[in-house]
Write a protein that binds this ligand. Structure first.
Ligand SMILES: *Cc1c(COP(=O)(O)O)cnc(C)c1O
Length: 424
C-alpha cells in the first residue's frame, strides 16, 4: 500500500466510524458527544500552538487569544462549580489524579480508595497512577448490596490505616458517596479528601447529584468528556489553599503543552452547562431510572432495585445468567448497541475477561434528545437481542430508531452562538 493510500484509508475509516456511530445506540457510560460549536473550536488552529505559563505570563509569543480563552474557561468553571481555584491544564483525568496525589502526598503514604471491582478507577490503584506516586492503596470497605462505601466500617479502617488521602468517586457510580459522613474521620486522621468526579461532573454541574466541595472535599479531580460533554481532557477544582500546590504539580510537574484546542472546546462546553446543564442532568437521571425499571420488567437482573436502581447516569446489570458480561456486550455490538462489560463487587479481579456485569450510561442518548419513552423501547431491544436472540432484527430497528435522533441538544445553536458571543 502506498503512503498516500494509508492516509486515505485513515480518512475512510474515520468516515465509516462516524456513520456507524450514527446508527448505534451509544451507551458506554464514560463517553459523550460534544456540540457543533465545541467541535468547531476544537478543530481550530489552537491545536497547533504552545502556551506554557499562565495567561499574561507566557513563555511563548502569539498567545493573546489563547489567554482570552483560558481566562474565560477558568471563570466559567469557577462559576459553574462554585470553586475557589480551577486548573484547566491536565490533559486527562488520570493526569489530574496524579497531580492531586503529587500535591497532597509523598511516596510511601497511604491512600484509601475504592477497589476496582467495587467501581474504583485504574488510576486509583497501585498498578497505575497511585503506584507511580508510590502510594500504598487501602480500599474502603464496601457494601455490595447498597453499592456504596460502608461508612461505619470505613471509620474503623481510617483510624487503623491513617491515610494521607481519602479518594472518593468511581467508574461504577450509582449513588452519591458519603463525603460528608466521613469528613470528621478524615480530620481525625489528618487526611485530605479528593473527589474524583470523572463520571459525574455533568450531573454535579446540573446540580442533580452531590456537591463534593460543599460536602467536605478539598480537591475535585475530573475528566471533561463523560457526563460533562466536552472534548477529552482533565480538570481540577479546589479550595484556594490548595491552588499553589496543585498548580506546581500540574505545571511544570506533569503537563507542558495543555492541548489548547481542547481548552477552547472545554470553555464552550462549560458555557453550555451553565445554560442547559440542569435540564440535561435532570433528564439524564430520569432516563437511567426509566431504563433500569424497564430492563427489570423485561426480566433482567438490574442491581439495587430496593434503592430505586440508580441516582446517576449509570445502570448496572448482573448478566451472569445471560452468559456473562463479555458475551452480552459482544452480542449487543452486533445489534448496534454499544455498552461495556464490567466487574461486579463479587467478581474476582482475575476474571476481568468475563465479568458478571454490564454497565450502561444514558448521558449520550439524553444529549441527542431521547426520553423515558425511548428508554422503554431500548429495554425491549435488549430483551429481544439477549433473551430472544433476534440480533439481525434488533440491528435493523436500532438503525431505524436512531434516524430521529441525529441532533445534539442542550447546546447553543451555532448561528445563535455567534450572536451570544458578541456579549462576551
Ligand atoms: C475515566 C475515569 C478517570 C480517567 O479519566 P481519563 O481522562 O480517561 O484519564 C479517572 N477516574 C475515574 C473515576 C474515571 O471513571
Amino acid at each position: 500500500m502506498s503512503f498516500k493510500k494509508s492516509a486515505m484509508k485513515v480518512r475512510e475509516a474515520v468516515k465509516k466510524h462516524h456513520k456507524w456511530m450514527e446508527e448505534c445506540l451509544t451507551m458506554i457510560a464514560s463517553e459523550n458527544v460534544s456540540s457543533a460549536l465545541v467541535r468547531e473550536v476544537t478543530a481550530s488552529d489552537f491545536g497547533h500552538r504552545y502556551a506554557e505559563g499562565s495567561p499574561g505570563e507566557r513563555l511563548y509569543q502569539g498567545c493573546k487569544y489563547i489567554d482570552e480563552v483560558e481566562i474565560i474557561a477558568v471563570e466559567l468553571a469557577k462559576k459553574l462549580f462554585r470553586a475557589e481555584y480551577v486548573n484547566v491544564l491536565p490533559t486527562s483525568g488520570t493526569v489530574a489524579n496524579l497531580a492531586a496525589y503529587s500535591a497532597l502526598a509523598q511516596p510511601g503514604d497511604v491512600m484509601m480508595a475504592l477497589a476496582v471491582p467495587h467501581g474504583g478507577h485504574i488510576s486509583h490503584a497501585e498498578l497505575s497512577a497511585a503506584g507511580v506516586r508510590g502510594l500504598k492503596v487501602k480500599s474502603f470497605p464496601f457494601d455490595s448490596e447498597a453499592m456504596n462505601i460502608d461508612v461505619e466500617k470505613s471509620v474503623e479502617k481510617i483510624r487503623e490505616v491513617k491515610p494521607k488521602i481519602m479518594l472518593f468517586g468511581a467508574s461504577v457510580f450509582l449513588f452519591p458517596h458519603p463525603v460528608r459522613e466521613l469528613r470528621e474521620a478524615a480530620n481525625e486522621a489528618g487526611a485530605a479528601i479528593v473527589y474524583d468526579a470523572a463520571h459525574v461532573l455533568g450531573l454535579i454541574a446540573g446540580k442533580q447529584f452531590q456537591d463534593p466541595l460543599r460536602e467536605g472535599a478539598d480537591i475535585v479531580t475530573s475528566s471533561r468528556h463523560k457526563t460533562l460533554p466536552g472534548p477529552q481532557g482533565g480538570l481540577i477544582l479546589s479550595k484556594e489553599e490548595y491552588g499553589k500546590k496543585i498548580g506546581r504539580a500540574v505545571f511544570p510537574g506533569l503537563v507542558s503543552n495543555h492541548h489548547l484546542h481542547h481548552l477552547a472546546g472545554l470553555a464552550v462546553a462549560l458555557a453550555e452547562m451553565l445554560e442547559f446543564g440542569e435540564a440535561y442532568a435532570r433528564q439524564m437521571i430520569k432516563n437511567s431510572k426509566a431504563l433500569a425499571q424497564s430492563l427489570h420488567e423485561c426480566g433482567f437482573n438490574v442491581l439495587c432495585e430496593k434503592k430505586g436502581f440508580t441516582q446517576s447516569h449509570h445502570v448496572v446489570v448482573d448478566v451472569s445468567k445471560n452468559g456473562g458480561g463479555s458475551k452480552v456486550a459482544e452480542a449487543l455490538e452486533k445489534a448496534n448497541i454499544l455498552i461495556n462489560k464490567n466487574l461486579l463487587p463479587w467478581d474476582d479481579i482475575t476474571n476481568a475477561k468475563n465479568p458478571s456485569g454490564i454497565r450502561l450510561g444514558t448521558q449520550e442518548l439524553t444529549r441527542v434528545g431521547m426520553k423515558e419513552k425511548e428508554m422503554k423501547e431500548i429495554a425491549r431491544l435488549f430483551k429481544r437481542a439477549i433473551i430472544d436472540k433476534e440480533i439481525a432484527n434488533v440491528r435493523r430497528d436500532v438503525i431505524e430508531m436512531k434516524k430521529s435522533f441525529k441532533k445534539v441538544k442542550f447546546c447553543f445553536d451555532r448561528e445563535e452562538a455567534y450572536k451570544y458571543y458578541e456579549f462576551f
